[in-house]
Design a protein. Sequence first.
Length: 143
Amino acid sequence: MFGPALGLQVAGLQVALAAGAGSPTGYWLTESRDGVIELAPCGSAICGKIVGISRGPNEPMPVDVHGRSQCGLTIITDEVESSPGVWTGSVTDPRDGSTYGAKIWVDEDDRLHLRGYLGIPLFGQTQIWTRYTGHLSAECRFG
């Protein structure tokens, strides 16, 4: 359902160690290890944007379905705490613009679980992301 684009791609500047275990805020390396997503408060919710994208030196910046750069693109929106330690909102696949329901939570090993689904969580797929503590460049590269 999410493929390489949500196993995603992201960018930024230097990354500091994110909030403590249990908190979904901070920088996350996607399951496919080709992107970094920053989860941060946006109003009374949590949102996530692409801040790092893995690509070769001569590869162009990937674009979304509307032709906009994926760097800085918000793909996780309106995540509100629906039960203790679980946030519910939505996630958008930048490749085709499809939007899915999304639940996120952080496990005891400080890994973020993102369950994207259509309709109800039972009909979904879960990715496991790890905290990212490396460096991000202004060109949306990481390493």
